[in-house]
Design a protein around this ligand. Structure first.
Ligand code: URA
Length: 221
């Protein structure tokens, strides 16, 4: 909700119960030491966005930039994700974005920190935070971005390449679906395949938009 001007004064923004609850869980997650990744990371990167969102996107783990800034999906993959949401007509301000793992897992190579996929133990240790986000936000649709999130939420045998764009009923949300991770598009070998993969990603997002109420959609200019 935006602050409104009432009788010349700026009114206080009303903070919803869901926002308060997410804030409380996010603060608790800042202290999490339930696996070893925290020791290599700068900080916990908790989910953010609309705490009353109809749709929640779940990525793998924060990247290098997210780790430094402390917010999810603000690096190159996040920027691609923002553009794709816009093209699919989904309002970025109405969604909630988070990750299966809340710390950046990396290995040091010289001065560089290289992304390291979290293992099953690390994903399981972090699951408590994702479950709490889901139970507070109660999204109508959960969208897994990439195999790590999809296998965490839809089962270890889930294959994004074969099952992307399909909708599943789940105890987690009325609909759960999966698509590729935006960083896989950035890794495409050449410009043409990058464009084609981005087009397919936007198509998956459009299918998601189709299930969303008008309030989650971007107003046409
Ligand atoms: N990749 C993710 O999965 N999450 C982020 O927040 C950034 C990159």
């Amino acid at each position: 909700m935006m602050a409104q001007k009432i009788r010349g004064k700026r009114a206080r923004r009303v903070v919803s119960d869901a926002e308060k609850a997410i804030g409380k869980v996010a603060r608790a997650a800042m202290e999490c030491r339930d696996c070893d990744i925290w020791a290599r990371a700068t900080q916990t990167v908790f989910g953010e966005g609309n705490a009353n969102a109809d749709v929640m996107f779940v990525g793998e783990q924060p990247g290098n930039k997210e780790d430094v800034i402390g917010r999810p999906f603000v690096g190159p993959a996040g920027q691609l994700f923002d553009r794709a949401l816009d093209e699919a007509g989904i309002d970025r301000k109405q969604v909630y974005v988070t990750n299966a793992v809340k710390h950046f897992n990396s290995t040091q190579r010289g001065k560089l920190r290289i992304h390291k996929k979290p293992n099953a133990t690390e994903i399981a240790a972090c699951r408590q935070w994702l479950d709490r986000e889901i139970s507070i936000i109660r999204p109508k649709i959960i969208v897994c971005l990439g195999a790590t999130a999809a296998q965490a939420l839809l089962g270890a045998k889930f294959k994004v390449t074969e099952q992307r764009g399909k909708f599943f009923e789940s105890p987690l949300a009325p609909l759960v679906t999966a698509t590729v991770h935006p960083s896989s598009i950035l890794r495409a070998g050449d410009q043409n395949s990058r464009q084609e993969q981005k087009r397919q990603f936007v198509e998956d997002l459009k299918k998601i938009a189709h299930h969303l109420p008008a309030s989650s959609k971007r107003r046409k200019a």
